[in-house]
Design a protein around this ligand. Structure first.
Ligand code: F6R
Length: 253
């Protein structure tokens, strides 16, 4: 069961469970892939999209959903981690999705965490997105502090793909994937807010009660760089897909 409403220009869909919310996002991605030639997806890492990616893998296996014609651009990568480092976002994407579907490796783009010239890597990433025709559907998660990709509070609206420093809060949250806090990289390459806002359509998936305050700040708080996700309210086609726990602090709930 779901509730659908508009808040601050964002289409908000609330599902009873995180599985239902993940299924709804898998449906959006499936629809985009099956209806658009040469579809370009923007993808996210983190805990939130794992269930959705599993559903896409199952659809590939059981219903023939094909990624053969799809190009992907991931939001971010840790600086200092090579593609084959188990905690790199490249390794995450291979394990969660790419290794299990028919996407062509040369069409899956993730910034290199070990580029010699980081600023060249960032400008080249922007050019590749443009050359691919822009992103049709950008999948996003939401940080507890309102970050999108690694655009932490204070990131400028006009920011592009660039090197950023992670906040202590983000480092601590991401430490669960590493041996200890010390091993978490301090810097990352991230798409910028302007890069994200250029996607034709944005679908954000947020689940769990720990994100309820961030969801409320994003759609009901002030629009501004202090909550990067609130800047999505400047985009005409944003869908926020949440479970009841993440929606708990919204008026709709
Ligand atoms: C991941 C990313 C991050 C996450 C966010 C939520 O590529 O860019 O912004 O989407 O930190 O992470 P989880 O899903 O682990 O709570």
């Amino acid at each position: 069961m779901s509730i659908e409403t508009q808040i601050s220009g964002i289409s908000v869909k609330v599902y009873s469970t995180s599985s239902d919310a993940s299924e709804a996002v898998a449906n959006e991605i499936t629809q985009e892939i099956t209806t658009r030639d040469h579809c370009v997806l923007g993808l996210a890492t983190g805990g939130t999209p794992v269930d959705c990616y599993q559903r896409l893998v199952e659809r590939h296996r059981n219903s023939g959903l094909s990624f053969a014609d799809v190009t992907t651009f991931n939001l971010d990568e840790y600086i200092g981690l090579a593609a084959d480092h188990p905690q790199s976002y490249r390794a995450f994407m291979q394990a969660q999705l790419f290794d299990h579907v028919d996407v062509r490796r040369e069409r899956t783009w993730i910034p290199s965490g070990v580029a010699e010239d980081v600023s060249l890597e960032c400008t080249t990433y922007e050019s590749r997105i443009r050359e691919a025709g822009g992103i049709d559907l950008q999948l996003l998660g939401l940080g507890h502090n309102g970050h999108i990709a690694f655009n932490e509070p204070g990131s400028p609206l006009e920011s592009r793909t660039r090197q950023v420093e992670l906040t202590p809060e983000t480092i601590q949250k991401n430490a669960r994937f590493f041996a200890d806090d010390e091993s978490v990289p301090r810097h990352a390459i991230t798409m910028g807010i302007a890069t994200i806002l250029e996607a034709r359509r944005i679908v954000m998936l947020v689940t769990g009660s720990s994100k309820a305050a961030a969801v409320s700040a994003m759609v009901e708080g002030p629009v501004g760089v202090e909550c990067p996700a609130s800047l999505l309210r400047n985009h005409p086609q944003v869908q926020l897909i949440v479970d009841e726990a993440a929606a708990a602090k919204l008026d709709v709930s």
